[in-house]
Design a protein around this ligand. Sequence first.
Ligand SMILES: Nc1ncnc2c1ncn2[C@@H]1O[C@H](COP(=O)(O)OP(=O)(O)OP(=O)(O)O)[C@@H](O)[C@H]1O
Ligand SMILES: [Mg+2]
Length: 203
Amino acid sequence: MTKAKNIVWHESEVTKRDRQEAKGHKSAILWFTGLSGSGKSTISAALETALHSKGVHTYRLDGDNVRHGLNKNLGFSPDDRSENIRRIGEVAKLMVDAGLFTLTAFISPYQEDRDQVREIVDADEFIEVYVKASLETCEERDPKGLYKKARLGEIKDFTGIDAPYEEPVNAEISIDTNQLSIEESVEVIISYLKENNYIKKSQ
Ligand SMILES: Nc1ncnc2c1ncn2[C@@H]1O[C@H](COP(=O)(O)OP(=O)(O)OP(=O)(O)O)[C@@H](O)[C@H]1O
Ligand SMILES: [Mg+2]
């Protein structure tokens, strides 16, 4: 729902296509989703480094970072989680328009929320990357000590413990970090980008 009335879109002369051509590659959202500790931040950051070294322009939006600023007024209730994802989707869309690969690393547990982001961009501009690891593995890794706190009841609504995670049903890329190393995971994504002509094969 748009609250404001009397607002009129103003087109730019420079288009998304112009910006992509200037950069020499397409732009899209790489939407990382998965349980806390599955490896979204780790793999997206490693991918960012790999793409940057190939001269591919990227920007990474990461859960906690965004909650420090743009989304500091949101918590972890279902409504706030949805609004969190909606805003990130809109920011990511702007960045795709700017010609960047936007790497987002959010648990984003609800299929409906992820699908809503998919819907606001062109069909090939949303690449859902399911970063999969068993709850046992994530809990063992527990890089932020959050599972421990959740099990002690110190954190409520924790995904996988007392809040749901809906597995993607139509992810373009699925990575099992129980099986693949960080480097192998990055390679899977770069191969996808090459095979689908997002970046040049020579890049
Ligand atoms: N194959 C692997 N791929 C990715 N991460 C791995 C792998 N094996 C071990 N790890 C470790 O697992 C942890 C994953 O943590 P990370 O912060 O990336 O998860 P996250 O999905 O971003 O979680 P959160 O939703 O809480 O931000 C890191 O400590 C990483 O080093
Ligand atoms: Mg993270």
